[in-house]
Design a protein around this ligand. Structure first.
Ligand code: FES
Length: 129
């Protein structure tokens, strides 16, 4: 359904006032699921798909999914492969590296549900590709 002019005006007024649009989701988490051929290092080699699926399941089970709440999305390479598997939460711009379901569950419960960053899982700021 196309956006009406008045809704567009409301959106534009919010951007003019705050410098950013109202967020459709409170938080958005992107999981790198990139897979490289030939055995080259990538997040897919480190159970990224399992982490993504666990997060989706846990977010839904906690009643956190949907507009105004949380969205869990797949992503291609996020160019922080050396920390893989990685996920990033926006608008907070917090990067995580995870190993198992316990890590994912803690990200969901602490960060996505309660807004508290899980410091033990943070990707060091200088770790890139
Ligand atoms: S392959 Fe996952 S960040 Fe590059």
């Amino acid at each position: 359904m196309p956006m009406t002019e008045s809704k567009r005006d409301t959106e534009a007024a919010a951007v003019a006032k705050t410098g950013r649009a109202p967020s459709y989701y409170e938080r958005h988490i992107f999981f790198c699921l990139n897979e490289r051929k030939g055995g080259e290092e990538c997040c897919a080699q480190h159970a990224a798909l399992e982490g993504f699926e666990r997060c989706k399941t846990q977010v839904k089970a906690a009643g956190l999914s949907g507009p105004g709440k949380v969205r869990v999305n797949k992503a291609g390479c996020l160019d922080r492969c050396a920390a893989g598997p990685v996920a990033v939460v926006y608008p907070d711009a917090v990067w995580y590296s995870y190993v198992n379901n316990d890590d994912i569950d803690e990200i969901v419960e602490s960060h996505l549900k309660n807004g508290r960053v899980v410091e033990r899982l943070l990707v060091p700021g200088d770790l890139g590709r």
